[in-house]
Design a protein around this ligand. Structure first.
Ligand SMILES: [Zn+2]
Length: 61
């Protein structure tokens, strides 16, 4: 089980795998960073970039 910080603030989420961590972080993200999620500029490409960056962060933790 790894604990990793949100990429935008100090809140942490836990998960055995990156996918679990992402699921655990999702409610926080929707609440605290809804503006980021709803930004039309953040399309599929940005989402993929976010996933790649955070997966690397998770693997390094
Ligand atoms: Zn956050």
């Amino acid at each position: 089980m790894k604990t990793l910080k949100c990429d935008l603030c100090e809140v942490t989420a836990k998960g055995e795998t990156f996918e679990e961590w992402m699921e655990a972080l999702k409610p926080h993200y929707m609440q605290a960073h809804a503006d980021v999620m709803n930004n039309p500029k953040n399309g599929k490409k940005e989402m993929e970039k976010w996933m790649a960056e955070n997966k690397a962060r998770f693997d390094a933790a």
